[in-house]
Each structure stands twice: as structure tokens, then as C-alpha cells.
Design a protein. Structure first.
Length: 305
């Protein structure tokens, strides 16, 4: 197996409820994941290969609007070889955003901070990403060489398009493909806007979180395929990255079932395209270390986010 034959999970979460509460877990709909999840839990559950590749590296993503959670994730990344990068949170609207980012970057594990994210999906302002204070914060993110993870619902894609237009020099990644309405089979507006967004070369997209937008109990690969086909046609494999959205994915089948689905969807894809989608795009975007030549698995040592 070559040095490129490794799998990167570009989007997952971790939380320790004994250390830090996750208020969104109070929703009865997510009761089954209302417990602590650790890197060892991820190792034990992510056992299925995708296109012959086993999990090698991951990107852990914030869940709550809380700087201390980001500090916890950065400190964990420093000690946990599985984690290659952290997507954190800081208040983009704060006049002190630059100072906060500088402190995070200089603190324990700060070199693992690669991107910021805000749960825009929960904001009622239809122009939240275009607010002057938010744009000032995004400029501070850009000026420190960081990226921005765009978490929106499909009806908010116009905000993402305007963000891409106004920040052509800020690398952006659309989380969960913009949360298309898979369960309702209502993809027309989503497809039109995703194609517009993909016209901006600084924007890439995570193929993640799709099974929780489908019917949790009855979804099949056939439900996911129309979204997959649009993403491949719009972004191309060089601008797509695999993500599990674990442990939220447990609500709709879990890590291995999603991995098996992606494995099926990749049937017939060229090796170079498979490599890009399963590792290359995430490695470049998040500046992850390249896997060692013999690495196929890493050496152990409100709304859904």
C-alpha cells in the first residue's frame, strides 16, 4: 500500500460531559449520543476501510460557542496522534477577536488550529455572515492564515455565496454539503446554489453529515447518491473531502455504515479522484502531515453541530 493510501476523517466531534456541558444534547432527539466520546471511542468504532484505506488522521471540530472548548481540543490534539487539526470557535463579532486568535495560536496545541467555525445554522439574521462585525472577524481569521468552516442550512446558502464573493482570499469549506433536504427529496434550490458556490475556487466542500439529513431509519445509498452526484459535478473530487460527522452520525447508522456507503459511491472512480476525496483535499486544506510510507492506520498513543 502506498504512502497515499490513508483515510482522513475531516469532520468529527469529541466531548467530555464531565468536563464541559453540551447544551444541544438536552434535545430528546439526540438522547442516544448524550454521553462522553473520546479518541479511543473513535478508534474502536471506525474499523471499516474505505476503498482499502483505514483511518489515519482526523480533524476535530468544535460543537459549542465557547473558547475554553477550543482550548481543550487544542490541548488534546497536542497529546493525541490521531488528531491532525482542530476547527475551533472564537467570537467573530468581538473587537478583541484578533487578540483571542493570537492567544489560541500561541497557547498549548495552538499549532493545530487550522480553521474557525460558527453555528450560523442557528442564527436568525438572514445576513449574519455579511454583518460588518462578522466580516471584521473573518478578516482577522484570514490575516492569521486560518481557514473558515461554513456551517449553514440549505436555505442559508445565499450567505455562503456572498461570503465567497467578498472574501476570495479566505479558504472556506462548506460543512455537510450545506445540509440538503434529503429526507424530503427537495434538492432543486440546494443544487442551484451549490453550483453557484462551487464557482468560487477558494471554496471546498465536506461530504459529511448527509445521513442525518436523510430519514434516520430508512435511508439507503440511493437517497445519498443524488447529492453525491451534484457535489462531484460541481466541485470535482479535488475540492471534496470525506468526513464522518461522528458521533452525530450514530443517530443515523454510525461511522462504519457511512464508510460503507462512501465505499459504494466511489465504485468506478479513478484512483486519483478517490485519493483526493479520501485524503488529499483535507490534507491540503487543513495542512495535515503526510502519512508515513507504511501507514494505513494511525499509531495509537440547540442544533446538531
Amino acid at each position: 500500500m502506498t504512502s497515499t493510501a490513508a483515510l482522513v476523517d475531516a469532520h468529527h466531534h469529541l466531548w467530555d460531559l464531565a468536563r464541559r456541558p453540551q447544551p444541544w444534547l438536552d434535545d430528546p432527539a439526540v438522547a442516544s449520543i448524550r454521553r462522553t466520546f473520546t479518541p479511543d471511542d473513535l478508534r474502536s468504532t471506525a474499523t471499516l476501510p474505505v476503498a482499502g484505506r483505514r483511518l489515519h488522521s482526523t480533524v476535530v471540530v468544535q460543537c459549542v460557542a465557547d473558547v475554553p472548548e477550543t482550548e481543550d481540543l487544542l490541548a488534546l490534539a497536542e497529546d493525541e496522534p490521531l488528531i491532525g487539526a482542530v476547527v475551533g470557535w472564537a467570537d467573530l463579532t468581538s473587537p478583541a477577536i484578533g487578540d483571542v486568535l493570537d492567544r489560541l495560536l500561541a497557547g498549548p496545541g495552538g499549532t493545530y488550529l487550522r480553521s474557525l467555525r460558527h453555528l450560523v445554522q442557528g442564527e436568525t439574521d438572514p445576513g449574519w455572515l455579511q454583518r460588518p462585525d462578522v466580516e471584521r472577524g473573518l478578516a482577522a481569521v484570514r490575516d492569521r492564515g486560518l481557514c473558515y468552516d461554513v456551517l449553514i442550512r440549505s436555505h442559508q446558502l445565499d450567505q455562503a455565496i456572498r461570503l465567497a464573493e467578498r472574501f476570495p482570499d479566505l479558504p472556506q469549506v462548506l460543512n455537510h454539503a450545506g445540509k440538503p433536504s434529503i429526507a424530503r427529496h427537495d434538492l432543486a434550490d440546494w443544487e442551484r446554489q451549490v453550483r453557484l458556490l462551487a464557482g468560487h475556487p477558494q471554496v471546498v466542500c465536506k461530504v459529511s453529515g448527509l445521513i442525518t439529513e436523510a430519514d434516520h431509519e430508512t435511508w439507503t445509498t440511493a437517497d445519498i447518491r443524488p447529492v453525491w452526484d451534484v457535489l462531484l459535478a460541481s466541485f470535482g473530487p479535488d475540492r471534496l473531502m470525506f468526513g464522518s460527522d461522528w458521533p452525530v452520525a450514530n443517530l443515523a447508522g454510525g461511522w462504519n455504515r457511512w464508510a460503507a456507503t462512501v465505499d459504494e459511491l466511489l465504485t468506478g472512480c479513478a484512483e486519483s479522484d478517490t485519493q483526493a476525496l479520501l485524503a488529499g483535499t483535507a490534507t491540503a486544506f487543513y495542512r495535515l502531515p503526510q502519512p508515513a510510507a507504511d501507514a494505513t492506520q494511525h499509531n495509537p498513543r440547540e442544533e446538531f453541530p
